[in-house]
Design a protein around this ligand. Structure first.
Ligand code: WQD
Length: 340
């Protein structure tokens, strides 16, 4: 069996990807120091897959500790690198922590990938790298605009570091640019666990609906869009997870050192904030308590993906609709209110 090291394996997308990898015959090792995640996630993965996952609670900025994983597991052929800080607002407050955490860990992992011949390297990038695009939908060739936050800058720099490394080292690298991952595994065994007050739209919706939050705000309804609210490309986390397994299989099949391929992971549908709320209200049968508030600083007005390249090259298919995203997010919120 081929062994894959998943960093950030107890995080939101990492956990869903581990499930998909196992369901497709990969052996998985996780590294996650629980700085932004919970060990409960390991039990959730086990519940779905019936497999116990080996997790190293190691800080990836510690190069020596990280190397010990490769020494102990010489069968690692690939790395899927999720582990990173990802809160946009926090990154503005703590830029050095973001640059240190997100970039040092990446550099260490790339060095180790070369040294231990773990040839396949898949990186969690983000649609944030496009900044405020001049035209939509964006393709992988769309010119990148300046990052709007240190977090976004770490993703742009991360992509550059990987490209430059793959150019000279025998690594096959894939950069996956996520749009807005939402929803939860249909089993409700794993899902998103936001820390503190949620910044992202869907957890804000479900936490308001369940009563954890009294109310939520729609950040602006005076943009130049069809209903005045911002447009995003929401995509189910299981569809995102699926794309990682496909990207890994693609890389293994190509077996091409110096590869650096980029894929947009979005559905291709632009949805406004108000449409997302309507979809939630429809599937939950609830009336959401929200107000229209002022615009949020730094928000992109409208972005969604052209996903043709992932569909064609990876054979990727979108399995979950917007209603599915809202339904599974809501089922998950209700399940954690009871059990976790
Ligand atoms: C979506 C829309 C808000 C909360 C995030 C990451 C970014 C990138 C993509 C990952 C916006 C509106 C939100 C609320 C609202 N990916 N909103 N009320 O801003 O697209 O970015 O996903 O790395 O880095 O930060 O996502 O979910 O915060 O916002 O009206 O309470 O919902 O203004 O239009 P965003 P989001």
């Amino acid at each position: 069996m081929q062994t894959i090291l998943v960093t950030g394996g107890c995080g939101y997308i990492g956990a869903h990807t581990i499930v998909d990898l196992i369901e497709n015959g990969f052996n998985v090792i996780s590294v996650d120091n629980f700085s932004r995640s919970s060990h409960h996630t390991l039990a959730g993965i086990e519940k779905i897959t019936g497999q116990k996952i080996k997790n190293y609670a190691i800080d990836l900025t510690d190069a020596q500790a990280t190397e010990s994983i490769f020494i102990e597991n010489p069968s690692i052929i690939g790395i899927i690198h999720f582990a990173a800080f990802k809160a946009v607002g926090e990154s503005v407050e703590m830029p050095l922590e973001y640059y240190e955490n997100n970039l040092f860990s990446l550099v260490h992992l790339l060095k180790l990938a070369v040294k231990y011949k773990a040839m396949h390297f898949i990186f969690s990038s983000s649609c944030t790298v496009y900044g405020n695009p001049h035209s939509i939908p964006v393709t992988e060739q769309t010119e990148l605009q300046p990052a709007a936050s240190p977090y976004g800058a770490t993703k742009q720099m991360g992509e550059t570091i990987i490209k430059d490394t793959a150019f000279v080292k025998p690594l096959s690298t894939i950069l996956l640019r996520y749009f807005n991952p939402v929803g939860a595994h249909p089993s409700t065994a794993i899902g998103e666990l936001p820390i503190g007050r949620p910044q992202n739209l869907v957890p804000a919706i479900t936490q308001t609906a369940i009563g954890k939050l009294d109310t939520m705000q729609v950040y602006g309804d005076d943009y130049d869009t069809r209903d005045g609210s911002c447009i995003r490309d929401y995509i189910h986390v299981c569809d995102i997870a699926r794309a990682h397994t496909l990207a890994l299989q693609y890389s293994i099949k190509k077996n091409e050192p110096h590869l650096c391929d980029i894929f947009n992971l979005g559905t291709g549908n632009g949805i406004t904030v108000l449409e997302a709320i309507q979809a939630f209200e429809k599937v939950s049968g609830l009336k959401l308590n929200y107000q229209i508030g002022p615009r949020r600083a730094g928000d992109i007005i409208a972005i969604y993906a052209n996903n043709d390249y992932a569909v064609q090259k990876l054979g990727w298919k979108i399995n979950y609709s917007l209603d599915d995203m809202m339904r599974t997010a809501w089922e998950w919120e209700k399940s954690i209110a009871v059990s976790k």
